[in-house]
Design a protein around this ligand. Structure first.
Ligand code: HEM
Length: 531
């Protein structure tokens, strides 16, 4: 009988890897993978799987099920909650020993395992990836000298310099406390009051603000990292990851069309590609300044809201990052992953600016809250080698250093520190620049946007985001744009007025509602004939 005969093939359809996942599992495991057990390991009896008409609280399977299910949510990340990721490796392709003695970057051909998490900056866990905003890419290198976490984002500039602003920026860009909706009035309110935010917002409003998937974006660590070689000489570098597929964007209209049927387009694209053997790859490179130049250039190279000026640095390739393995369990390996910019390795002392100092604390603090104090003991976060004097606390404690001495200094052969002969003995002290400067926005509009068509898309995207904004914030936006570039302000204002009129006309022309019938109630049922 046609309806009883089930096969793996039907109508010659080729299914995507994301659709086939369960089928693939079954093909790999032609028989049940084992006996089902309760939490304590004793096997489940068939009759305990049905609880109606039974003494439920004498059923340990029932108790196990709901006591674990009820507590399975952990807090989502404050920023970058909606994400995905994969495993892979980093391979050194160029000799950079004259810049750094970090083991992970030394020895052409050397491979280091990595885990990478991608995310969209401001959405909640179930949110859309097709939103125009910062996208992030965090890489954990499991090096022989400990984990090196490199956190990068899809714009080469950060919105602000002072870490104090982070909470307020996130609040203004995420959901309104009363309506619980995203609110462009608060976005533009804070941007006009803190105009340093404008430069980053300009990048977001351009093609760079909406890449066509995680595979096709370049990402930037932005801070000037101090790195040092084995002669104790230091350089300052900005790390960049350049997609081997090149950069390609989606227009706002394309993204809206995809979003109508698929909020998870980026995640799907990444998983399908890796499963099909089209491994996404990025070139890791660094923009380099000498320790002399970094202190003498005629602008502030530590300012994370600005690009380094052309002609003041060179770009040096380091290696290649390849993602070749999807995770087997998203929660275990991606949701629980904890990336911390303070996780640096010998040879990379790291950034010296004030934003970074703040970040050294924030990530640990938020991960203590999100995952627990011992989050370094979660499998995906564990370094290859670790011996500490840390003990106890909330699980997972793993081996908890067993019976080794738990205090330092001790004379009983507990772990000992080493001396790094190459470590630079002096740290550069800087003062961050605090001036408001609109020049980068002007430069972006006139020179980074490469042609008139891109400029037009940029203006259209700004207009789209301005439509929901209320006065007097809307007028302040035009004033700010006017101070940046008169022609830009004129064009945005004119386009805004046209779009607003069109929006109002469209609101009047709402199609008539489809007639509907409510769920029948007793009244609506025909009366039963009674004798
Ligand atoms: C004041 C400045 C900043 C603060 C307070 C901040 C804070 C945070 C927080 C709280 C998270 C969530 C972490 C978690 O729950 O595990 C996060 C994630 C992230 N941040 Fe930042 N951040 C700042 C600046 C930056 C900068 C400058 C970059 C890179 C250029 C960056 C890149 C990232 C990335 C890539 C993630 C995602 C990590 C993941 O996928 O788990 N952040 N940030």
């Amino acid at each position: 009988d046609e309806f009883l005969n089930v096969t793996y093939e039907y109508l010659n359809v080729t299914y995507e890897p994301v659709q086939r996942q369960l089928l693939d599992f079954k093909k790999e495991h032609p028989h049940p993978i084992g006996l089902w057990t309760k939490l304590a390991g004793d096997p489940v009896e068939l009759r305990d799987t049905i609880t109606i008409n039974s003494d439920q609280f004498n059923n340990q399977l029932f108790v196990d099920t709901f006591s674990t299910f009820d507590g399975r949510r952990i807090p989502e990340r404050i920023a970058t909650a909606k994400g995905t990721g994969a495993f892979g490796y980093f391979e050194v392709t160029h000799d950079v020993s004259k810049y750094t003695y970090a083991d992970v970057f030394n020895g052409v051909g050397k491979k280091t395992p990595i885990v990478v998490r991608f995310a969209t900056a401001l959405q909640n866990l179930g949110g859309s990836e097709l939103i125009r905003e910062i996208k992030s890419m965090a890489t954990k290198f499991y090096t022989k000298e400990g984990n090196f976490d490199l956190l990068t984002i899809s714009t080469p500039v950060f919105p602000f310099r002072d870490p104090m602003l982070f909470r307020d920026l996130v609040n203004a860009f995420q959901r309104n406390p009363q309506t619980n909706l995203y609110d462009f009035t608060s976005v533009y309110d804070i941007t006009t009051l803190r105009p340093e935010l404008g430069h980053n917002l300009f990048w977001i409003m351009s093609d760079y603000g909406l890449p066509n998937g995680y595979r096709r974006m370049d990402t930037f660590a932005i801070h000037a990292f101090e790195i040092s070689n084995k002669h104790g000489e230091t350089h300052y570098v900005r790390f960049n990851l350049r997609s081997e597929l090149g950069f390609s964007p989606l227009t706002s209209a394309q993204a809206a069309a995809i979003q109508a049927r698929d909020l998870d387009y980026y995640t799907r694209d990444l998983y399908n590609a890796i499963d099909s053997g089209e491994y996404p790859a990025w070139k890791l490179e660094m923009d380099v300044m000498t320790s002399h130049d970094i202190q003498t250039v005629d602008y502030d190279p530590f300012d994370v809201t600005k690009l380094w000026k052309n002609g003041t640095f060179i770009t040096v390739p380091i290696g290649r990052l390849v993602l070749n393995q999807n995770v087997e369990n998203h929660f275990r390996d991606i949701e629980q992953a904890a990336f911390n910019p303070g996780h640096l390795v010998p040879g990379i002392p790291g950034p010296v600016d004030y934003l970074f100092r703040g970040r050294r604390m924030f990530y640990r603090d938020t991960q203590n809250y999100r995952l627990g104090r011992n989050h370094n003991n979660i499998l995906v976060n564990m370094p290859l080698y670790e011996k500490t004097y840390v003990r106890d606390g909330r699980p997972p404690t793993r081996l908890n250093m067993k019976n080794a001495p738990n205090y330092y200094a001790n004379s009983f052969n507990g772990p000992i520190p080493y001396v790094d002969e190459n470590r630079p003995w002096k740290k550069l002290q800087i003062l961050d620049n605090n001036a408001v400067d609109l020049e980068p926005m002007w430069y972006f509009y006139n020179y980074i946007l490469e042609d008139e068509t891109h400029r037009q898309r940029f203006i259209d995207n700004i207009v789209l985001s301005l439509l929901p904004v209320t006065p007097p914030v809307i007028q302040r936006v035009f004033q700010l744009l006017f101070l940046v570039d008169k022609e830009l302000a004129t064009r945005v204002k004119a386009a805004y007025e046209v779009a607003l009129a069109a929006q109002q006309a469209a609101a009047l022309a709402v199609p008539p509602p489809v007639p509907g019938r409510r769920v029948p109630s007793a009244r609506d049922h025909p009366k039963k004939e009674t004798k």
